[in-house]
Write a protein that binds this ligand. Sequence first.
Ligand code: M6R
Length: 610
Amino acid sequence: MCGIVGYIGPRNTQDVLIEGLSKLEYRGYDSAGIAVYTDGGLKVSKALGRLVNLENKLEGAPLVGSVGIGHTRWATHGKPSDVNSHPHTDATQKFSVVHNGIIENYLELKDELIASGVEFVSETDTEVISHLVAREYNGDIVEAVQKVIKHLRGAFALAVLTEYEPDRIVAVRHASPLIIGIGENENFIGSDIPAILKYTRNVFILNDGEMALLTRDSVKLMTIEGNEIAREMTYIEWDAITAEKGGYEHFMHKEIHEQPRAYQDTMRGRVDESGKKVVLPDFHMTDEQIKNIRNVQIIACGTAYHAGLVGRTVIERLVRIPVETDVASEYRYRSPIVTPETLVIVVSQSGETADTLAALREAQANGAHVLAITNVVGSSIARDANDVIATLAGPEIAVASTKAYTSQLIAFYLLGLYFAQVRGTQTEAQVAETLAAMQALPEQVESILTRELEAKAHAEEFSSQKHLFFIGRGLDYAAAQEGSLKLKEISYIHSEAYAAGELKHGTLALIEEGVPVIALATEQALIEKTVSNIKEVKARGGVVLTICYEEDAQELLKSVDSVFTIPKTLPLLTASLSVVALQLLSYYASLALGLDVDKPRNLAKSVTVE
Ligand code: M6R
């Protein structure tokens, strides 16, 4: 995701900013920029692409000064480009702003500013902030920022610098992390610890709703309403690598834990203020086009394909349109039947997967409207698709996909509900009920994550086995397929996922004394049938761990060996909780086996060959 740095003090500001940004590169970004107060006033330099492009630019035109802010951008609103990268300024170039997060109501604010004569240069949500700060400024940058915050809805971490007060930087945290580093006669801002670790280990960690005013020799912490806060400094003991992983041992573990935030970010700005209706502000398909869809084809690879399996059920149940799901490497070679009324949805975390990109082009060549669900807004798939729904999971570094998958599920829920609204296949009350259940998901995921030790104990028990089976019906089967892939790729344990009812048609022959079977049993309408299949496994000596709702645990324990419970949600949403349990099981199995969790053998994060 985006990165923020800020510096005020005697060092060469440009160097400190670039050094800080380089330490945030691991988070992924598509452009970078800095603003420094120089002899000639506030100056900005930005460049698309790697940080080295910015460094090259600065070599020819250095920004010399003792206060500045910098940013690495990971596009969410507007494609990656020089002009869309941060810092953003107002029309007079006297105010500059860097921002992490999403301003949900930016379109509203932008319209209002345009009506008052402001000209926008970028497509970003952030630019509204720089114009608003300029409008509200009356000699005190803190007051101006406080006034602006009142207009903003969404998530934001900000650093703001003005030419009028070059001895001060303002930092704000609202649902997007920010820390303040304390030095001697110098102070720092960082969106993440690695950005400032080279210079100081003493930090103030801002909480949501707090801001800081930095000068060279002081830091004042306050609430966004302006009430001063007294806080103890935190001493950071992490080494640089641990800091990149946010204190976690592995990126995968960190990314599993980032899911509650990824769910919120992917929903942010896509549910109206009443909380009862889906809005997709950047969606191009007209209502008429949506009403004319005759069939949907979902195409993807690996984990993204598994998200598509859930997406199929979601769209079929909510919208009653026939949906096929296909792996991308097969799709283009099977002469797919596509008509102008076919909607093709490609799903890809990276947006660069060669098979998926080729399938997208095949579908477009056949006249389909292609919608991409992707985590990388500036990717090839995002650029080529006719429509994009960005999953806002933030960069995923571990090869094993976790938060990208669950964010893809959130995108499918939103899309299904949106289509259902347009086509009238769900009542307003039904849509509102599903959205309310979705809002509860982040907290429910948190509650699963508090029970990691339980998952660890289960994983340690089966990690010495050579084979393992996952079974489930309906959406449990879709989630089982993802659980099986996760386990295979990072623990190298051979596993298969089966539709629970299909096991007896052949694979049951492989079940013998001690073979572990993970049975997902959350689909309430199918639970009795799943239990019958579990009994078939038990009768052959299989050892069954069941993922189920708390309220079903007692009953299920009569038939199975152990349970891992998850909080209850609507049947449609169940995979977004059960999969978190499966991710933990895989993670701890890999750990128990002493394997390289983040970089499993033979695999790459982005597969750009067919
Ligand atoms: O970037 P993509 O989502 O297009 O990648 C697709 C697959 O290569 C990817 O999901 C792969 O299966 C993951 N390693 C699974 O964890």
